[in-house]
Design a protein around this ligand. Structure first.
Ligand code: ATP
Length: 276
């Protein structure tokens, strides 16, 4: 069974279709990223899948149920990390996690969760004193308190410095290696490339491309650019078969040899019609 199946999803605000007929599936254990420019409909789609917004049309199955008619059991199987950070309150990190365990029938062990999310050293710190990156990892810990099968992350690393972002990716990869299904939205192409098994690009409420980071938008079929230097100067060759080009150079005295395919960011900008 797929973790998520969506057919013909529609959502309209004030007569304007912001989700205009989406089909998508997410397999169990997959990390799936939803990309798209501001206002494309990512959060709306995710919130419908989370059971937080009603839809106007289409069929949606999440963990075998319609999220619009979800019960308590279903809610305990789904972890949610929203875009906005809520009120920090006066609790410590440890107290926050323990408080959340009361809401679930089969909660995770708070200490294990803090360890997993890299917050053991902050257990006694008040939430209000955490850095942005630590706070976001606490959000993930809270999303995981119920031992979910599926985790939704809406723009999880916005505003992180590069180190905090990498630490956060480590947490998500550990979770994925344990078999958790993860659906995330992000504006960071590198994040999508590092984390996602598959991704989809949403533009004006429609999916315009879907694939793996290596195949999205025909990335694997684009010509590679092979560049190198030798005694006669710099060379640049566009080729469908870079290994042949490299074979032809065997034994030659070359430096700065590079093989580049278009980056995921370039493919993405093409797909949304924004490549300079
Ligand atoms: N409650 C609402 N009422 C009316 N319009 C809304 C509502 N929520 C979202 N919209 C509109 O729906 C469109 C899609 O918004 P959504 O938040 O889903 O986009 P997004 O892809 O998540 O964008 P971002 O990357 O900026 O988070 C936007 O034009 C937004 O203004």
């Amino acid at each position: 069974m797929n973790a998520i199946e969506v057919h013909g999803l529609h959502k309209t605000y004030d007569g304007r279709a912001v989700v205009a007929g989406i089909d998508l599936t997410v397999a169990q254990g997959e990390v799936f990223a939803l990309l798209g420019p501001n206002g494309a409909g990512k959060t709306t789609t995710i919130e419908i899948l989370e059971g937080h917004r009603p839809r106007d049309g289409g069929a949606v199955s999440v963990l075998g149920r319609d999220p619009g008619q979800a019960d308590r059991w279903w809610r305990s199987r789904v972890g949610i990390v929203l875009q906005q950070i809520g009120d920090a309150g006066d609790l410590t990190v440890g107290e926050s996690v323990r408080q959340f365990t009361r809401f679930y029938p089969d909660p995770a062990d708070p200490d294990e969760l803090l360890e997993l999310c890299g917050l053991t050293a902050q257990r006694s710190a008040r939430v209000a004193t955490l850095s942005g990156g630590q706070r976001r990892r606490l959000d993930v810990a809270l999303g995981l308190v119920g031992n979910p099968e599926l985790l939704f992350l809406d723009e999880p690393t916005t505003g992180f410095d590069p180190e905090a972002r990498r630490q956060f990716w480590g947490v998500i990869r550990t979770l994925a290696s344990r078999g958790l299904t993860v659906v995330l939205t992000t504006h960071y192409l590198e994040e999508a490339e590092v984390l996602a098994d598959r991704l989809a690009v949403l533009v004006a409420g429609r999916i315009v491309a879907e694939g793996t980071p290596g195949t999205l938008g025909g990335r694997d079929r684009e010509l590679a650019l092979v560049t190198w230097n030798d005694a006669s100067g710099e060379h640049r060759v566009r080729t469908p078969d870079p290994s042949r080009e490299l074979g032809a150079l065997a034994g030659a005295q070359v430096t700065d040899l590079r093989v580049n395919r278009p980056s995921l960011e370039e493919i993405y900008l093409d797909l949304i019609g924004a490549r300079p």
